[in-house]
Design a binder for this molecule. Sequence first.
Ligand SMILES: [Zn+2]
Length: 202
Amino acid sequence: MSKFLVSFPRSGQHLTETLLRKICSEHRVPYSYCEYYTCCKQVPCKRKALVQKNHDMDGRLAQVPTARYVVLYRKNIAAALEAYWRCQHPQGKPARGSILSPKFTHTAKTEQACVAFARQQTAYYQRFCQRWVESAPANVLPIEYDELTTAPLETMWRILHHLFPEHTFEKSVVERCIASSNVGKVNVLDAQLQQRLEQALL
Ligand SMILES: [Zn+2]
């Protein structure tokens, strides 16, 4: 069975993948991951990885009825597009081994660039949410980024059962894996900036 992590960029894909790898390893559940863009750029994975990443940037990733999809996105368009812009314009380098982007403070200039980028990417965000969230079939599990960061145990539990229905998992082990991860240590978008971005995107 094909399994996919379909994500809007910077919506928790790396964090989810790191947790899946750890949890599967602890439970001796077979696991391998295709990064797609730096792996084979083929669906399904040429190297036969069990789970495959995809950002569905062109809106053409097939929704195969027999496959299972976990979809990661941010409900707020301004937060989604600001995070996407920031990952393309990193300020400094994150600490070695860290999954977090470095702390970023916007200036008037970066905010302007961010708004221009967000306007360009609005159609992509809307198409992504339309395909993978609003009209998602039953084999697609949409996960909002805030659910993952504020209720990681419940959210990872749903993800595990959606992707690996044939396996059983120990809640205490999943809890331990989450405790040793970076979940919760996230960059939070300044509320005023979020509001200005939302207005600019109207
Ligand atoms: Zn691959």
